[in-house]
Each structure stands twice: as structure tokens, then as C-alpha cells.
Design a protein around this ligand. Structure first.
Ligand SMILES: O=C(CO)[C@H](O)[C@H](O)COP(=O)(O)O
Length: 230
């Protein structure tokens, strides 16, 4: 895939939405041009925060028209994968820090066996990407965390951009997603490094006009990618 063929996918993180009005929030970002809805699942064990489980994902899916990008920040991703796929996950991403070199192949296989359209793996900001090399051909997506997972509204860690470039050098052809502190001020650098999917919670839901913010982020991502190609 050449740079110009690569998608720019804007994925608002529902972690920052008004949970009391989640259906309206979904409709608001869909109408504003979102490509995916990013859903953060936290278990209070892998990360020090608790969020939502399959019943809420099912409710979001019923309200949504665009794909659900479900990020499992949980210690037992394989155990719960099928429940999240049945609830409507389109992309299901688990953490390398949970499975490691010994368990990642089996986890990918088990999650793929649920029939989910896309399987992803995520790496924390301080986790290198080189150990992912044996698994690159069996992954649809790699989510590079640009904050330590657990909470929205944190500051983007620019050092992770080298890992996006490294994954492309290693020949990864799938989607690369960035999550954490992605905003108009940081998205161009993410795109220039080789990112395709951009998760943003506070930057989108905290803005006055979600449609205008997503449009501007898409423009800045395209500009960043073009600048990098020159
Ligand atoms: O995975 C997450 C936190 O673990 C969130 O998706 C992420 O932090 C998005 O929030 P923000 O854009 O406000 O940083």
C-alpha cells in the first residue's frame, strides 16, 4: 500500500463522552464524520480504572452505524473475546503486555476464531515493537499507546512516534493506530510517522463543535502525511 492509499480513520474515544447520553453522543460523532467508535474496556486490574463490559458494548452497537473499535485493557482478553465480539466489536485489540512472546500467537488465533473482522494488539508507551516481528503477518492492526493506558486527558508522549516508523521499517502493512493525547496539535506528527487510525477522546468530546474538530484533525493528518512524503 502506498502512503496515498492509506486511510485516515478518525476514532472518537467514547471514554470522554457523556455516558448518560451515550446514544446521542454516538449519533453526534457519526454525523460529524467519525469513521470508527473507539471503546475502552478496563478491568481495574491490567489498568487502574474500570469502565464497561459487553452489555454496554451491545447497547453502543445497537445505536451505532459505524464500526466499533474495542480496546481491551484487561488481564484476560481471550476469556472475554467472544462476549465482546457477540456484543458487536468489529476490531478487537488486546495488550502485548498481557500475553507476551509466549502467549501472543495463541491469543491471536483464539480471537480470530471468534469471527471478529479485525484483530489488533496494543503496546504501552515503554514497550518496544521489535518483539512483535513474528506476529506481524497475523495482525490486522497495531495500536501504539501514546499515554499509559487507564485514563483520558493525558499528555501525548512524542517518543512513541519512533515505534510507528519502526513498524513500517519492519514491513508491517496493516493499520497502525495511535491512542492517547491525539489532538489537532499532535495528529500531523502521528500521520507523518505512518499512523492510519487516530483515537481522540478529550480533543473531540471536549470541543465545542465535534464535526469541525474531526474535519480539522483529518485535514492536519493528510497534511502531515503529505509533508512526510516530500
Ligand atoms: O485508551 C485510552 C486511555 O487508556 C483512551 O482511549 C485515550 O486516553 C483517549 O483519551 P484522550 O484522547 O483524552 O487522551
Amino acid at each position: 500500500m502506498t502512503d496515498s492509499d492509506r486511510p485516515i480513520l478518525i476514532a472518537p474515544s467514547l471514554l470522554s463522552c457523556d455516558f448518560a447520553r451515550i446514544g446521542e453522543e454516538v449519533a453526534r460523532v457519526e454525523a460529524g464524520g467519525a469513521d470508527w467508535l473507539h471503546v475502552d474496556v478496563m478491568d481495574g486490574h491490567f489498568v487502574p480504572n474500570l469502565t464497561i463490559g459487553p452489555p454496554i458494548v451491545k447497547a453502543i452497537h445497537a445505536a451505532a452505524r459505524i464500526p466499533l473499535d474495542v480496546h481491551l485493557m484487561i488481564s484476560e482478553p481471550v476469556r472475554y473475546a467472544e462476549a465482546f465480539v457477540d456484543a458487536g466489536a468489529h476490531v478487537l485489540t488486546f495488550h502485548w503486555e498481557v500475553t507476551g512472546a509466549a502467549g501472543t500467537g495463541a491469543a491471536i488465533e483464539a480471537i480470530r476464531a471468534t469471527g471478529v473482522p479485525a484483530v489488533g494488539i496494543s503496546v504501552n508507551p515503554d514497550t518496544p515493537v521489535e518483539p512483535l516481528e513474528p506476529f506481524l503477518d497475523s495482525l490486522d492492526l497495531i495500536l501504539v499507546m501514546s499515554v499509559f493506558p487507564g485514563f483520558g486527558g493525558q499528555k501525548f508522549i512524542p517518543e512513541v512516534l519512533t515505534k510507528v516508523r519502526r513498524l513500517r521499517e519492519m514491513g508491517f502493512e496493516g493499520l497502525i493506530e495511535m491512542d492517547g493525547g491525539v489532538a489537532p496539535a499532535t495528529i500531523a506528527d502521528c500521520a507523518a510517522a505512518g499512523t492510519d487510525a487516530f483515537v481522540a477522546g478529550s480533543a473531540i468530546f471536549g470541543s465545542e463543535d465535534v464535526a469541525a474538530t474531526m474535519k480539522e484533525m483529518r485535514r492536519l493528518a493528510a497534511e502531515g502525511r503529505q509533508t512526510a512524503a516530500i
